[in-house]
Design a protein around this ligand. Sequence first.
Ligand code: F6P
Length: 357
Amino acid sequence: MKRIGMLTSGGDCQALNPAMRGVAKALLNAKETVEIYGFLDGYQGLIYSKFRLLNYTDFTGILTKGGTFLGSSRTPFKTIREPGPDGVDKVAAMKQTYYKLQLDCLVILGGNGTHKTANLLREEGLNVITLPKTIDNDLWGTDMTFGFQSAVDVATDAIDCIHTTAASHGRVFIVEVMGHKVGWLTLNAGMAGGADIILIPEIPYDIDKIAKKIKQRHEKGGRFTILAVAEGAISKEDAALSKKEYKKKLAKRETPSVSYEIADKLAKKCGYDVRVTVPGHTQRGGTPCPYDRVFASRLGSEAGELILKGEYGFMVGYKNREIVKVPLEEVAGKLKMVPPDASIIKEAKLLGISFGD
Ligand code: F6P
């Protein structure tokens, strides 16, 4: 008999339910009896002992459902050792819940911050298996995270819709894409949506180069220009600042985001009618795409198998088209960014896409 705890933490994404279903099916189809306890709203459920015993029916009919049926929340790692407003010692409380329920393992689905806490719980002696979730695709140790492909679909749809209206009006349009500090989502949605200019945090931009590219397009008879801009895009001048100076500058920013700042600068420089569209959290919503349903199910079932074998302390990831187990200590605290010298960047440039560099 095994007793497993399960939770989803951090920003949600489209394939959390299929991933949990994958874990549960592998466990509940096994010969050994397995009890699965679902913690509500991420680590908060583990801290405050908010859980329920899940059964087979909780995991049926959820393959196509976005979001997470357990709920999620953000419990920042940087304050995990600080007592909460109610004075609770979060780490001690999580361990207490684990031991009270006599769990054999925690299955934790999440992104970067979630993995730091998962690794800390492992260091504290708990058995942990994690699954890589995030639309940002920025987790170290895996070529792909689930949720990413679904988000690429949504962001691409947004760029597709903007294309037709931009063409009618002969406008310059910026579509701001999520991705936090990395550019995977913007790069892929930008290429899929035929963006003319793609700005990602890994390649700081020069506003004059962007203006030049737009001018060239117009001179060649192009009536419109589409920019896919990552929410974390940064100019060359800002990239030269220290982290502290840049934070200070951001706090004083008068525009809602980098896209509006770029739009203002371009309107002033070139006199173009620049519009900004921010699909925002729609990129994390809706149904998981077929790729993510299969991918998350595969990762989930492999996690189930590891648990049945009693192999703990790993993230189940994806490397060179194979499902792999990656030690948690190798994953936690590292960001997977787009290498500026990656072949996809070279290929995008061959297609005539400008990165503003
Ligand atoms: O990490 C996923 C993500 O959607 C990022 O792309 C984005 O920067 C962030 O979460 C938004 O966070 P929140 O939902 O807390 O506003």
